[in-house]
Design a protein around this ligand. Structure first.
Ligand code: ASP
Length: 324
């Protein structure tokens, strides 16, 4: 008896470890930050945005709940938003000065610190999928323009005409800016998309996809495809995806700096994101960032009046929001 009790306790203990209930997962998304008010958006428009945000979260949730990888979740979730004409990524992206569409995207794997990015894409339906393929199937991190398209074709991607990305609402936006040519002559019409996911294995991935800023010219590239600016992931610190005036994000090394704040100053992801947004504000930039860490702590910070955003967790917690 003396030996039996401890042995049965041992059995009970090991069975608890083996049958450990579902490990945690989490996913957070953004669909761009900017000036937006409840007045400027009809209830129908708000409903449409919330519908797509919810759908994107569900797609990511279904990957993660079935034990899929964080990278599958990030790319699958972002593709939903790229395919929606509502966001400034893939179909519905903003127009360049010349009235065309040029897309940027990147992904990063927080376990290996591998990354893939593309910029100036004119003919690939889902730039985020191409960014992932650059990471997985090439020896490079960052491909641009024609070379990126050539690589895509070699990898079996189908080309689409640039007109595929065109939606009627982007044309007046460009005309308005061409007429004013104010500020730097470019402007963001919010709608860049991003996603960060933590999977059941405890790995983190991040991705960002965008058409950049309306009226951009001269081959301008923003922060979204720049690893360490618009996108960063490291299992040890967290994953981050940004949206906003890209030039500021590049100058701040925005997402890498957040990771450094977590790594060197032991800040939590939310504190680190807040601190970085403060730096952005001091510099005169606007925008937002989403992030999460390996415990599933979520951060959604911005210094604008709104950011399309949402998250979902394995414990059933879920949220979607637009305004502050
Ligand atoms: N960050 C993007 C860029 O500068 C634009 C945006 O997020 O609205 O290209």
């Amino acid at each position: 008896m003396k030996t039996l009790i401890p042995f049965s306790l041992f059995l009970l203990f090991t069975s608890i470890i083996v049958a450990q209930p579902n490990p945690k997962y989490a996913l957070v998304i953004h669909g761009g930050a900017g000036v937006m008010s409840e007045k400027s958006m009809t209830p129908e428009m708000q409903k449409e945005y919330l519908f797509v945000l919810n759908h994107a979260l569900e797609v990511g949730d279904s990957v993660l709940s079935h034990g899929g990888s964080c990278m599958d979740a990030v790319v699958g979730t972002i593709m939903v938003m790229e395919d929606s004409p509502l966001f400034n990524a893939g179909k519905g992206a903003v127009l360049t000065h010349d009235g065309t569409v040029e897309l940027d995207a990147s992904v990063m794997n927080g376990k290996t610190l591998e990354a893939g990015a593309v910029a100036g894409i004119t003919d690939i339906k889902n730039p985020i999928a191409l960014a992932r393929t650059v990471m997985e199937k090439s020896e490079h991190v960052f491909l641009v323009g024609k070379g990126a398209s050539q690589f895509a074709v070699e990898q079996g991607f189908k080309l689409v005409p640039n007109s595929y990305f065109y939606t009627d609402k982007r044309y007046p936006q460009l005309q308005e800016l061409l007429k004013k040519e104010r500020d730097s002559g470019i402007n963001d019409k919010h709608g860049t998309v991003g996603c960060v996911a933590l999977d059941k294995s405890g790995n983190i991935a991040a991705g960002t996809s965008t058409g950049g800023m309306t009226n951009k010219r001269y081959g301008r590239i923003g922060d979204a495809p720049i690893i360490g600016a618009g996108t960063y992931a490291n299992n040890a610190t967290g994953g981050f995806s940004c949206t906003g005036h890209g030039e500021y994000y590049i100058r701040l090394g925005f997402s890498r700096d957040i990771s450094a704040l977590v790594e060197y100053r032991q800040l939590g992801v939310q504190k680190a994101c807040q601190a970085e947004i403060e730096k952005l504000t001091r510099l005169g930039g606007t925008g937002g960032v989403i992030g999460l860490d390996k415990k599933g702590n979520i951060s959604m910070e911005f210094n604008t009046s709104g950011m399309f955003r949402g998250f979902i967790k394995s414990n059933g917690e879920k949220q979607v929001a637009i305004f502050k």
